[in-house]
Design a protein around this ligand. Structure first.
Ligand code: PEP
Length: 247
């Protein structure tokens, strides 16, 4: 049985004042079986860990491929771990687009995470042009294979399917489209990793809200969500955690 995971991505949002939201999420998460993770800005990780305690895991949103060195402004996986993070999000489409990250870079960042006992939350997803051209499964297959290291296991890796056109837009794929991609990812993982492919948790991400969470969580091979905007406020995110817990 895969444990459910409600993951939030605060992106470039959040200062000390927002720890009050985390505190309110902690109260809800503590009563649920569902695992909860928040990817905070790096500046908040250590304070978020102190606030969240054992109820919510805290992750970074990116890491460098190298352990240390002359990379001004970057953060290594060991620094995330040192700050108390247990996870790192890799390959978010905003990183791929804004910073030119390739599948190979995403795989290397995920490996850097493993080397520091961080669980990698590897993001993949097609653009609108790719979907409209009927290339979705080809793109997902290529990104999944290229971004997931050989050392990935169901224990150290979570895969997030995030159609680029659904992120922050309010647009959501149909439930059939989500099921098609999630079933495909599962079959690809089993083909590559054998029985352990069934242990990877598969998250859907892209405009998940309290109003659509129930139906998304009922979809085959959806083990949870990666949530951007609706993870910033406890009133929204707690409703998503509850929906997942009851799914
Ligand atoms: C995300 O950025 O990972 C995301 C899914 O954002 P949103 O929920 O705001 O669409």
């Amino acid at each position: 049985m895969r444990r459910k995971l409600a993951a939030g991505n605060w992106k470039m949002n959040g200062t000390a004042a927002d720890l009050a939201e985390l505190e309110a999420m902690k109260a809800a998460a503590a009563t649920k079986q569902t695992d909860v993770l928040i990817g905070t800005p790096a500046t908040l990780i250590s304070r978020a860990v102190a606030t969240a305690g054992d109820a919510i895991a805290i992750g970074g949103q990116d890491c460098h491929t190298n352990a240390s060195g002359a990379h001004t402004g970057d953060i290594s996986a060991s620094m995330l771990a040192d700050a108390g993070a247990s996870h790192v999000i890799t390959g978010h489409s905003e990183r791929r687009v804004d910073h030119g990250e390739t599948d190979a870079i995403v795989a290397a960042k995920s490996e850097a995470g493993y080397a520091n006992d961080l669980t990698a939350v590897i993001c993949i997803g097609e653009s609108l042009e790719e979907r409209e051209a009927g290339q979705t499964l080809d793109v997902i297959g290529t990104q999944l294979a290229g971004s997931t290291p050989a050392a990935a296991t169901g224990a150290n890796t979570v895969i997030a399917y995030e159609p680029v056109w659904a992120i922050g837009t309010g647009k959501v794929p149909t439930l059939e489209q989500i099921a098609e991609v999630h079933d495909f990812m599962r079959s690809q993982l089993v083909e590559r990793f054998g029985e352990d492919g069934n242990a990877f948790r598969l998250l859907y991400g892209g405009s998940v809200k309290p109003s659509n969470a129930n139906e998304i969580f009922a979809v085959s091979n959806v083990d949870g969500a990666l949530v951007g905007g609706a993870s910033l406020k406890a009133s929204d995110f707690n409703a998503i955690i509850t929906a997942l817990d009851e799914a």
